[in-house]
Each structure stands twice: as structure tokens, then as C-alpha cells.
Write a protein that binds this ligand. Structure first.
Ligand code: CU
Length: 108
């Protein structure tokens, strides 16, 4: 069985188009890398020195863009790159400093 050269050419072109489309999707994914915000409650974070320790740990974590801490509300607000780090990893980074994280119960 021999392939019709014209058919073969068309097939190659179709494959090239598919590759180009896939590359475009990848590039788009890069361009719209999502930024997410996590509001993490740290019940025992009660003063500025606690806040400093936690902020430092988060700042060192890859994918974290910024952190804002409210010690009165025991709340850590983290803006992070969705594709680089997960919220669970942010919790882990905080817990490594010795502070427990209260995971919010998801409500419908
Ligand atoms: Cu403290």
C-alpha cells in the first residue's frame, strides 16, 4: 500500500496545525496564569512577632505574591500564583512555623 503523496501532505499539515493549536493553548495558559487569594485563619497568631514569622515563611514560598496579616482577626491573606503553589502548600508553610491553621468548612 502506498500513500498518495497529496494525502500525506495534507495529513502533515493537519498535524502541524494541531501542534500549533496546542502551543497556542500552552502560551495562553502561561499568559493567564491565575492569581488566587487565600484567607487563612491562624487562631494562635496573636501578636506582631507571630505575624512576622508567618509572613517570612510565606514570602519564602515559591508562588506567593503578597501576604497581608491581621492579627486582630487572626487572619492571613495570601495572594498567590495558582499554577505555582496550592492553598494546601500555603497551609503547610504556615504549619512548619509551629502555628496551626484552621481550615474553613466549605458551605454550599
Ligand atoms: Cu505572638
Amino acid at each position: 500500500m502506498s500513500l498518495n503523496p497529496e494525502m500525506e501532505g495534507k495529513q502533515k499539515m493537519r498535524i502541524n496545525l494541531a501542534v500549533a493549536a496546542a502551543a497556542l493553548v500552552l502560551m495562553n495558559g502561561e499568559a493567564i496564569a491565575k492569581e488566587a487569594t487565600a484567607n487563612i485563619t491562624v487562631p494562635k497568631m496573636d501578636c506582631d512577632s507571630c505575624a512576622v514569622v508567618i509572613k517570612r515563611a510565606l514570602t519564602k514560598t515559591a508562588g506567593v505574591k503578597s501576604t497581608a496579616i491581621d492579627t486582630d482577626k487572626r487572619l492571613v491573606k495570601v495572594v498567590y500564583e495558582d499554577s505555582a503553589v496550592s492553598e494546601a502548600q500555603l497551609h503547610q508553610a504556615i504549619e512548619k512555623t509551629g502555628f496551626e491553621v484552621r481550615v474553613p468548612v466549605k458551605t454550599k
